[in-house]
Write a protein that binds this ligand. Sequence first.
Ligand code: IPM
Ligand code: MG
Length: 380
Amino acid sequence: MGESGEFQQHLEVRKYQLEREENLTEKEYQIAVIPGDGIGPEVVREGLKVLGEAATRCGFRFRSAQYDFGGERYLRTGETLPSSALEELKEMDAIYLGAVGHPRVEPGILEKGIILRIRFGLDQYVNLRPVKLYPGVWTPLKDKGPDDIDFVVVRENTEGLYLGIGGLVREGTADEIAIQEMVNTRGGVERCIRYAFEYTRKRNRKKKLTLSDKANVLTYAHNLWRRVFNEVGKEFPDVERECAFVDATCMWMVKNPEWFDVMVTCNMFGDIITDLGAMIQGGMGIAAGGNINPQGVSMFEPIHGSAPKYGGKNVACPLAAISAAQMMLEHLGEIEAAELIEEAIKKTLSSGHIKDLSTASGLKTDEMGDMVVKFLGEGG
Ligand code: IPM
Ligand code: MG
């Protein structure tokens, strides 16, 4: 081998070493994946496909650990989420959930046993739900467009009516009493409200935070919320504060959604108004959310359920699950990747190929995922 050949070889070796070093410094995320029931597995599959493409393009890796929690496993084993699994989830960087819910399982078992157990067990005290209408998406709101529908709901996620404290007495008689307590702790309310103020400041749009409550009737619980809201708000003089009753909030979400920037609310109200939010942003096919523990492990999911009727048919819209993956990357600090995914979603939506975001979109679940991947490849 001549001198130049040796030099060439040296260059090749060096290049290989440099690439290796770069790979070794690449970040790797451990993601727990819970596909769940019904359409869960197929929409999650598309989300992971998009995540894989984003990872390749942006130079990070992720390793997924699959968990089969859901209705099938429950019917087979009687188990919803074993404690050992909860411990394993605590070691992950994030959790990616499809949907749980099975027609042969009584309502409440999987919801409480899996979703709420993770939310509570991992202290994911905020449920973050962006309501954003993308260009090209149909909204049932007349004369409203993407400039009008763009706000975020910060829903308290570990207390309120969801805690499950209560009971039935004289069950089955005419004198039966059913009690379900609404729990509001100073600490729980304060940390959620503080998160919402910080989020509003960081979002840096209208810099307005609306507390949606029912302080005119829930004169104990939501008195606490209002006091804490105004107290914490004093630390954020740059954020405008506004209070709205939850019934009026529903009215304004339909009539004047452009008034909202960030909204903070209790667990139950947040559950209800975010389904309304999902509808005005184009439906369950696009709405996603994150269950956030700012100091711990967070979980990302499409807001829609398992829609068992459509499970395995390859007709569900995967964009909500893909948006959830995007939120997960943003949370992990992979901002560039998250932005690329959002751009690819927008291009998919305005491509003219998608009739709507229901199961009759005109595209198959995997075709829509492929399209997002294709646009992702073209972006950046
Ligand atoms: C949601 C869902 C859940 C909730 C159910 C499935 C427990 O409706 O994420 O909004 O009520 O929080
Ligand atoms: Mg809900």
